[in-house]
Design a binder for this molecule. Sequence first.
Ligand code: PMP
Length: 418
Amino acid sequence: MKDWVSFDRRHVWHPYASVLNPGPVHAVRSARGASLELADGRWVVDGMASWWCAIHGYNVPELNDAVSRQLERMAHVMFGGLTHEPAVRLASRLLELAPAGLQHVFFADSGSVAVEVALKMALQFWQPGQAEKRRILTIRHGYHGDTFGAMSVCDPVTGMHHLFSGMLPRQLFVAAPAGQQWEHAAEEMASVLGAHGHEIAAVILEPVVQGAGGMRFYAPAFLRQVRRLCDAHDVLLILDEIATGFGRTGRMFACEHAGIEPDIMCVGKALTGGYMSLAAVLASHEVARGVEAGGQVLMHGPTFMANPLACSVALASIDLLLSSPWQERVGRIEQAFRDGLESCRSARGVADVRALGAIGVIEMKQPVDVSSVQERLLSKGVWLRPFGRLIYAMPPYVLSDQELSLLVQAMAEVVHEL
Ligand code: PMP
């Protein structure tokens, strides 16, 4: 096809974008290491790791091999009534890595679906004896995905509630903790649990980092307090580790910062090293028992559940992560963000600068003009996708020192130019 980019412009939807009046897109020809090759021949450092997934970068020999080897056996087979080694080995590996109380695994095909499944688990858990427990409590500024259940627990202002009002389940929201200021949020949560505990099935949270809802970091002490409150009020705790899992915050899972265990945990994104879509919901034995009390079973079963290619590449990605000095790599990225972005604090229009693990954030006072900032960054050799008031990066862990300084410098320069 000769002019495929202009066909894209006329016919193809991109995320959160107009199909009738499309903004700019850049064609990618290939990707290697931490960089993308654009169609015009430019190589740019990918500071987004393809929406936070490609932790090992691109075209990774070990991951390519895992896909090719599995492809020769079978690309896919249904999971209903059949099973296969990649799924079971991946389940076992996930349970080894995750908090000890999690003992059962449900494979979903994307992060949003994993959140739907987690919510279903929590609702089905209470159905046999306490069917009135069917609301979900969460904090503001959250993001959990774009499907209906997931949207219902996203931030009610910046999320999509206004577009679907009356159609989303009505959940309960309390203030989000802000950095080290978490007591107020915990008090509000305690009082809502006190008043509504009898109708709340679960609390859902992104642990320590609220991602797409604003790249906000909060004190792990808040999580410990939420765990205590959930226990005291007989409410399940769901942790959405889809963005934070597999080392992004400096720990394998962000809940480890707080030393707590959820009842249900969602993982996705970096699970396959960014090779393909796969997510998983991990649950405690108590949750599984509760869901199946009264002879019911968990009512979910995607066509591509536990896709063998995805499971094989996920196993290879986890092996690669565990055999790499990932903590050192993530620590090095955090330090580079801290050192390199510090100067932005005094730049005009900057509200805050922060870093945690392999996440570096510059928060502006006003929304940024995404395409103009993007063009400036591209001209400096860097691909980022700012949103709202945020210019942020979550790069592959494997980027070289040179690529890391190019990324940090480009971010700092662009902010000083604004
Ligand atoms: N939960 C969190 C915390 C996320 O960051 C995301 C994706 N940004 C999702 C859920 C949804 O995942 P997916 O896009 O794979 O549906």
